[in-house]
Design a protein around this ligand. Sequence first.
Ligand code: HAM
Length: 464
Amino acid sequence: MKFYVKTHNDIYAQIDLLYDKNEIVRRNIMSFQSPKGVFDILPCGTSNLWQLTKYWKYVEDSIHQIATDYGLKELRTPIFEQYELFVRGAGESSDLVVKKEMYTFTDKANRQMALRPEGTASLLRAFIENKLYSISTTPYKYYYIGPMFRYDRPQAGRYRQHHQFGVEVLGITAPEQDVEVIDLIFELYRRLGLKNCVVHINTVGDLQSRTNYKNALKSYLKPYFDKLSDDSKIRFDKNPLRILDSKDEGDRLILQNVPTIDSFLTPEAKNHFKKVLSLLDLFKIPYEIDAKLVRGLDYYNHTVFEIVSTLASAQSSLCGGGRYDGMVKDLGGPDLAGVGFASGLERVIQTMIDQNISIPEVSPPFIYFIPLDEKAREIAFDLATQFRHRKISCDINLQLKKLDKALKIADSLMSSFTLIIGEEELKKAVIQVKDMKKRESCFIPQKEILNYMQTLFSKNSFGN
Ligand code: HAM
């Protein structure tokens, strides 16, 4: 059955154009603003705490640490690739294709490109193109952090540019591998202090199980075909499994009595899932079986999962993933199994904030220099550079000449020591060292200042 459907995204595009036109008329000035659905990550100056750099750095540092603990290697891919890669990767019935969620463009040589909407297809393309399978041995375990782009209606927790931490493990069919990746992301959430996380899990079986199930599903849905949503009508032929996770109210009513996959699983598929669940029990990872969970991309087989936090206020799905045996081969590589997940960093950080999770403050500078005239600035700038080369964090006031204002800045930066060079200090060739915690000052000869501060810094680093 063939359909032409004006997708939601065609409509969003028209709304966006109207919005931009109105903004230009309303403002009547040439000014720039970020496009709809994207955002800045800032060191300060935003009431949206999740946009503060300190959270991003903390979460990203935790990711690099856990990746090391689980033996993963980092892989970085470009943010745009051939459009066709993502169509082949995500599948014809995925939201990315059906709902036209991809940001596409034609380059100067008339090739169709897309900003990457997800990381799995790109990572596999890089793995295959660079023949990583011939350089190292199984298991091939990789992770990535980076921006992804999806043209969707922006709302809380859903953006047009979002960031993912993803993990892909290739070459291992054992169910333990599914549990290893689930445990990894669950442990990351634990380390970040997230509460009330639950794994929603299902199996979509092997090819034989799915063929049996798809036939049963189509027989069940056929009498309701005319009542299905437009997206589900498209999926009826392409991949009826995807109708199961439709958010459309009408579809959900039709699906109330739909047969579930468990009675169509082959013994192998059943055993795989049983083993996964028994290991989750062993590691005390809370889970709920969700028979309608099939996930938004077509490439999954066997285990599929999402992790939700029951306290999250906006979009509750923090992470999604599953097994995708056969995909490496489909993209032109060797016949290797695969399993992985990706977690949206915006949602993770927003949930941390919802749950009042505090993080360590970013280290303030150890030294803040206040030179009060031209000559003092020359000396201070030279010393500041030398401190930095000794890995002692140091900032310098190159602009203000008023001591009281500069001291306020030193306070706001929370520097440990402020070094002041004014007229008097220059005359005596000394530097005033102000301990900002004790609120005490002393005068140290210029020639001794490097060693003096170095000693204080070493004591401070060892907590003395
Ligand atoms: P996904 O479920 O499409 O899976 O996305 C993974 C996660 O990215 C979601 O759980 C969510 O946290 C976040 N996310 C997705 N779209 C948005 C958005 N528009 N705004 C904010 N956050 C979003 C994948 O992308 C698969 N590649 C995962 C995977 C890896 N499966 C196997 N390996």
